[in-house]
Design a protein around this ligand. Sequence first.
Ligand code: COA
Length: 276
Amino acid sequence: MPIYECIKVETENRVTTVTLDRPAKRNAMSPQLNDEMLDALTRLASDPETDVLVLTGAGESFTAGMDLQEYFRDTENDPVLSERAKWTMREWSYNRLRFFPRPTIAAVNGWCFGGGFMPLVSCDFAIAADEAQFGLSEVNWGILPGGLVTRDVVLSMGYRDALYYALTGKPFDGKRAKEVGLVNDSVPRDQLDAAVAELTGTLLALNPHTVRATKEALRHSATMNYEQATDYLAAKSAQLSARDPEQGRKKGLSQFLDTKEFKPGLGAYRRAAQDA
Ligand code: COA
């Protein structure tokens, strides 16, 4: 993995943590940071050491959104630079992150504004610090939520809450983010790492092939009509059964029906040591 200047990438026990790392600028997303994120996610997508990806921010911020100087002002008179900056942002924070082939968790440690909602809603899970402050602040400075935030925020929050926060620009904390469905959970800041570790532990105990296929199935079928989804999901199930090197389906059935050693309703089947 290259040495980056605006992000940090660390892998430990099959969990890769990517940290937006410009704390002096509240981790605002500059074109350089976006280039680095695109590069890192492209590499990590095929990294055999990464089974879960966590995205967080250095210091007191998750991210203060797009870098108002470097992303907006410095590119406004250069259409090529501006187009390139927009493309890179959209590519990492929407395409690469949303369809990252492993589960992804946003650990929202602090400020999360504007364009920061894009990586936030693209992650599969989000856990916030109660003290974190969120805001669709674009309306406060004369633009509308850009990228795909406007479209996607209504899928993560209730429709009325999305309208309320997008139209008023009012900030809200982690507890409120949990209430409106923007994050899965909110915990005191000093318990954030533990809450993320508990979730990664749950994910790591599962068959990674099943987790990946389940994620792909949910992500892709969401935009299909019923006929397409029926066919796609049947094909996806067949693909998983054929490709799963652990043969999880067979093991699960056998451990429930034959050896009666587990109950699928209450937890995962026992994986062999060489599977885990
Ligand atoms: N783009 C560029 N620079 C930013 C930034 C952003 N989005 N957010 C913060 N910074 C910079 C500030 O300009 C300042 O730089 P300087 O020290 O060189 O002057 C530094 O980060 C610290 O910011 P400051 O405002 O002093 O920190 P704070 O802790 O008092 O406030 C925020 C933090 C996040 C509330 C405030 O910085 C802010 O409102 N940022 C913009 C948030 C926003 O609306 N983003 C939407 C963009 S789409």
